[in-house]
Design a protein around this ligand. Structure first.
Ligand SMILES: [Zn+2]
Ligand SMILES: [Zn+2]
Length: 324
């Protein structure tokens, strides 16, 4: 693997050890190691992310941005694109705890109100046996449940819920319900796709907490923050792209919408969900780490892997950019 200097290591390490970081926090770390503010030096920031992702692709890890769907805030994190939930949670959580987590996630995803959250009671009532794939005909599924699952009682569920919230796999929403934690938003991206969780019409990410088109029978859904962005452009009617019906005024309509807000990343920056794809051909020559000499760069380029399939869905339909 091409060597990355300590500056890159520090960025990766910060994300690995402290979990997904809020955009501002990650920017602070970046300023600390590079002396440059990512908001003012976007090209330096993007190039650093690109280099990191080229290196992480060897081990199928990826540094990306992701929004917390409850408040629309951007986070940065490193995700393993291969491991399943079992291996991610497995070292700390027991099999019944993981089955419980999966059951809660299922219930949240299937929340018809698209609130992306369920009540505490509903979470505690999640049945573990639904999460077990039984090898034989499950006529009497409870009889075949492993003992650990049968013994998993209410107080253990309550305790697990608290732990999952503390570890940010789940969260307590502002309406005091149980929702997805930021780590789940990062890690379940592939799972959302395989389970066909409908995507937001604007950003194409799973619409877990979203608004649905008011017209009966139309299933177009849009994240609240995407709705805000889409309709902040005062260029026409609030027509649904699916059926043409008019969307009701969002609740935050009266809020001041700052269209020149440069601190909030635009979609292409969020697609650093896939920074690899950013077209850096026009980037200025400013460097994140000037200690890289030319020969090292050249060598790297030769052995650079196709970032390819490690970065899946978000790149569909986008042109593949390569560093020049
Ligand atoms: Zn969206
Ligand atoms: Zn519609």
């Amino acid at each position: 693997m091409a060597s990355l200097t300590w500056r890159y290591h520090t960025l990766i390490q910060a994300l690995l050890s402290r979990g997904p970081l809020k955009e501002e926090e990650f920017h602070e770390v970046f300023i600390g190691v590079s002396g440059k503010n990512p908001v003012k030096h976007q090209n330096v920031f993007n190039e650093a992310l690109l280099r990191i992702n080229n290196a992480l692709a060897y081990v199928q890890f990826e540094l990306r941005a992701c929004r917390n769907q409850y408040d629309g805030k951007v986070y940065y994190g490193v995700v393993n694109n291969v491991a399943d939930e079992q291996s991610k949670l497995g070292t700390k959580y027991s099999a019944p705890q993981i089955a419980f987590y999966k059951g809660v996630i299922d219930a949240i995803i299937n929340d018809v109100g698209l609130e992306g959250a369920i009540s505490n009671i509903d979470a505690l009532n999640v049945r573990l046996e639904n999460q077990i794939v039984l090898s034989q005909a499950p006529q009497d599924s409870t009889a075949k449940l492993p003992t650990a699952f049968k013994l998993f009682n209410m107080s253990q569920k309550e305790k697990t819920l608290q732990e999952l919230i503390k570890d940010r796999w789940l969260c307590q929403t502002s309406s005091d319900k149980i929702g997805l934690g930021i780590r789940s938003f990062f890690d379940l991206r592939g799972w959302f796709r395989t389970n066909e969780v409908p995507s937001c019409d604007v950003c194409d990410e799973a619409g877990v907490k979203a608004s649905i088109c008011p017209k009966e029978g139309c299933s177009v859904r849009i994240h609240d923050y995407c709705l805000k962005k889409k309709f902040s452009k005062r260029t026409g009617a609030r027509a649904c792209s699916g059926c043409g019906a008019e969307w009701p005024l969002p609740e935050y309509e009266s809020e001041e919408i700052d269209e020149n807000n440069t601190t909030s990343p635009d979609e292409s920056q969020i697609a650093s969900a896939n920074p690899v794809l950013r077209d850096l051909r026009n980037a200025k020559t400013e460097k994140f780490d000037s200690s890289q000499d030319a020969s090292q760069r050249k060598k790297r380029r030769i052995c650079k892997p196709e970032p390819a399939e490690t970065v899946e869905a978000s790149q569909r339909g986008r042109s593949r950019a390569r560093k020049v």
